[in-house]
Design a protein around this ligand. Structure first.
Ligand SMILES: Cc1cc2nc3c(=O)[nH]c(=O)nc-3n(C[C@H](O)[C@H](O)[C@H](O)COP(=O)(O)OP(=O)(O)OC[C@H]3O[C@@H](n4cnc5c(N)ncnc54)[C@H](O)[C@@H]3O)c2cc1C
Length: 302
């Protein structure tokens, strides 16, 4: 059995997700390099454990029973590797655990429009690629798929690093496929290097708007459900079903934004999941539309 020096046991995951709920990771590691990610996967395989990846946990609901096997947090897999202007493009290479905000600041410094959709998007770059994170507003660009040139993955089967270019990947609404399975360890992002002097002002305005619309004063997982289509908003359907303020324990459908389920203080993952199930049921009843969750459950067995 290969030793894993960075291994911890029974680590509370409450501080590793934005809802601030959930139990413990049976085994827990925070690798700092792609090579350490390979060691983690080798350890999991040698010891017969499943592995779970957590980015910043801003889109994850973690079970109250915690996560068995090895939880790999990419928080320390963090850093800008290269930043350059080349052939009319501005390019950034970074590790997957780099906060989106850090990348946003680089685009902002150059007055480039990716800063706009990235501002206010929580989480890390790897999670952004996995989810093809983006905004609903008509911005250019508005989703990760528009700024990702390529990314590197530790393949869970071969335990080697594979590079995927933009065109290898199927990008869809809050989903990517055609890569892995494995762990994204780094990526190259880029955008046309044409500064727009209005960008800094627009970022300030976008942040103001976001703060006025979203209940950012409470822990949450952001938008709980995917919008059923570009014309239909999940939040509006939930509101129309009369569910704003609906509560189980300390988990509540936000009064400010019905697609957000907020933790009023002591919510459990079970409370949040009960609210999610009720909302799905009621929206189906009132509109005939079956909402799909955007948030991803980790550690649940049902
Ligand atoms: C207040 C708030 C507002 C939000 N607003 C938006 C929004 O406007 N638009 C939007 O799209 N999303 C939004 N979100 C959701 C979330 O921020 C994004 O989906 C984000 O990209 C997730 O990144 P993360 O690092 O937190 O990933 P996590 O939540 O940790 O993980 C998400 C999924 O990606 C996988 N994953 C993460 N990193 C890796 C990796 N390196 N390799 C392989 N798999 C990985 C995880 O296993 C998990 O399945 C919001 C969330 C909150 C809390």
């Amino acid at each position: 059995m290969k030793d894993l020096p960075i291994l911890q046991t029974n680590v509370s995951l409450k501080e590793y997700n934005w809802w601030k709920v959930g139990g413990e990771a049976q085994f827990f590691v925070e690798p700092e390099s792609p090579e350490q990610v390979i060691d983690c996967l080798k350890w999991a395989e040698a010891n017969g454990h499943a592995y779970t990846v957590l980015g910043d946990g801003s889109n994850c609901l973690i079970s109250d029973q915690g996560i068995s096997g090895l939880t790999i947090s990419t928080k320390k897999l963090n850093g800008i590797l290269r930043e350059q202007e080349q052939d009319g493009q501005y390019l950034i290479e970074c590790l997957a655990g780099t906060p989106k905000m850090q990348v946003m600041r680089l685009f902002l410094k150059k007055k480039l429009t990716p800063a706009l959709f990235l501002s206010g998007l929580p989480g890390q770059v790897g999670g952004g690629i996995y989810m093809n994170a983006g905004v609903r507003e008509k911005r250019e660009p508005r989703e990760f798929c528009q700024i990702v040139k390529s990314f590197k993955v530790v393949d869970e089967k071969t335990l080697s690093i594979k590079t995927y270019s933009h065109s290898d990947i199927e990008w869809s609404y809050r989903k990517t496929s055609g890569w892995g399975p494995g762990i994204i360890v780094s990526c190259e992002l880029g955008w046309e290097n044409t500064p727009d002097p209005e960008v800094p002002k627009m970022v300030v305005e976008a942040n103001k708007l976001r703060k006025s619309k979203q209940p950012l004063e409470f822990p949450s997982g952001g938008s709980t459900f995917k919008n059923p289509s570009t014309e239909q908003s999940a939040g509006l359907l939930i509101d129309q079903a009369g569910l704003k303020g609906f509560k189980v324990g300390d988990a509540q459908v936000s009064e400010k934004h019905a697609n957000f389920i907020i933790n009023l203080g002591q919510a459990t993952a079970k409370d949040v999941w009960s609210v999610i199930k009720h909302v799905k049921e009621m929206v189906l009843k009132t509109s005939g539309i079956e909402l799909q969750t955007e948030v991803i459950r980790k550690g649940f067995t049902d």
